[in-house]
Design a protein around this ligand. Structure first.
Ligand SMILES: Cc1ncc(COP(=O)(O)O)c(C=O)c1O
Length: 410
């Protein structure tokens, strides 16, 4: 079977059986997805049975540590990185903040970095602040009409002084998927490290981080069916080179030096539930489970993507035909994620969202912390844009409902 079994998928998410959510069509997935059942089960089990300091010499503690290790091992497998290249932190914003402090110690005055105005502020502001200590910050700017980043425009910003290029895999507003491997190759040729914000991409299928050749890849597990944690992969040799941001006596512990906050044991352990869910999806749709996680990750990714594109195309077709809205980003489903922001031309966006609320469409108006992007596209970041974001568990009926509700609301 190679087409996503939506009934099976939805049976894996308790939210779809929850009476208080039943009447709502959920289109704020880019803000945070529903959690899958294995994550919720693991989290509650951890709190009930193993909520003690992990890695100690007694059974509950040994189990707690083993479950945290399992999460790291299995998620690393799905992302195709080594176990010691995967770091958990409280959030993506916190992870980039800590990384930027590490870079601050490593960079010399006059060294250069490249940031974009397409990013969520999490992969922008912390890097830009390096200017305070003499780093030259260059901005790779979007086309103000399309909101897209042109890889060719990066060339003029790179030099032998460039130490870092930070950019998104996919914007949380314009949805266009950037060619990460191509951009990484350019940055690497200049001798720079790449830091990729995958927060808006990973919910649509985990990437093969090795194939992308991203030195740093960050995303947030609460948007990928898991608990409220940030996850980042950092290539081992880079993590070894970066100055320690943790306690001095942990400087030689690769998994402690870039995550100074004490780990959230229960949430880290519970994130193994995402791998349980992907395994279940794979087993349900394909013959046998005899492959490694990287391969299962590719298959599950393909399933999710095909389902999402099949729903995204008619939605974009419909939106494209309306002349009372501006769709931000491409209207071709093949090149974008199903995170679709629109700017109503004749009515304030908050008024439209209020009307959608009456139709029980769950969505929001905001700049979604991509403040610079919304501004660069000529839209007032306050109130911002109306965003409709969905994932593989969204049903065709939800899309139909959305289209009807939009027709009335606009
Ligand atoms: C594209 C993108 N990057 C980064 C973040 C920040 O993630 P976190 O909330 O884990 O700090 C978000 C959150 O909405 C996001 O959408």
């Amino acid at each position: 079977m190679s087409q996503l079994d939506l009934a099976f998928v939805r049976s894996q998410f308790p939210a779809f059986a929850e009476p208080s959510l039943k009447d709502w069509a959920f289109f704020e997935n880019a803000g945070g997805s529903y959690a899958c059942a294995p994550v919720i089960e693991r989290l509650t089990r951890f709190y009930r049975e193993t909520k003690v300091q992990p890695y100690g010499p007694f059974p509950a503690s040994e189990r707690a540590g083993a479950e945290m290790d399992e999460a790291r091992r299995r998620l690393a497998g799905y992302l195709n990185v080594a176990e010691d290249e995967l770091h958990f932190g409280p959030s993506t914003t916190q992870n980039t903040y800590v990384l930027a402090q590490a870079f601050r110690e490593m960079l010399n005055e006059g060294d250069e970095i490249v940031v974009t105005n397409q990013d969520h502020e999490a992969n922008s502001g912390a890097w830009r602040r390096l200017a305070d200590s003499g780093t030259v910050v260059r901005e790779w700017q979007v086309d103000p009409e399309s909101g897209e980043l042109d890889p060719a425009a990066l060339d003029a910003l790179l030099s032998e002084k460039t130490r870092l290029v930070a950019f998104p895999h996919c914007s949380n507003i314009v949805g266009h998927v950037n060619p990460v491997a191509e951009i990484a190759a350019k940055a690497h040729a200049a001798g720079a490290v790449v830091a990729v914000d995958g927060v808006s991409y990973a919910p649509h299928g985990f990437p093969d981080v090795a194939a992308l050749d991203a030195d740093i890849y960050l995303f947030s597990l609460y948007k990928t069916y898991g608990p409220h944690q940030g996850l980042m992969t950092v290539k081992r040799d880079l993590a070894e080179r970066l100055p320690n941001q943790g306690h001095f006596f942990n400087a030689d512990k690769i998994l402690k030096k870039l995550t100074p906050a004490g780990p959230d044991h229960a949430q880290i352990a519970a994130s193994a539930g995402i791998a349980d869910y992907f395994d279940a999806l794979d087993a349900h749709h394909f013959d046998g489970n005899d492959t490694d996680e990287a391969e299962r990750g590719r298959r599950v990714h393909g399933l999710m993507e095909a389902q999402e594109k099949a729903l995204l195309a008619p939605l974009l077709d419909h939106l494209r035909q309306r002349n009372d809205i501006r769709v931000l980003g491409p209207t071709d489903a093949a090149v974008r994620a199903p995170t679709v922001a629109i700017h109503p031309k004749n009515k304030p966006a908050p008024e439209v969202i209020e009307s959608l609320r009456h139709h029980r469409i769950a969505a929001c108006v905001s700049n979604f912390y991509a403040y610079r992007l919304v501004q660069a596209m000529g839209i007032d970041p306050e109130p911002g844009v109306l965003r409709l974001s969905f994932v593989h568990y969204t049903s065709p009926e939800d899309i139909e409902r959305l289209i009807k509700a939009l027709d009335e609301a606009l």
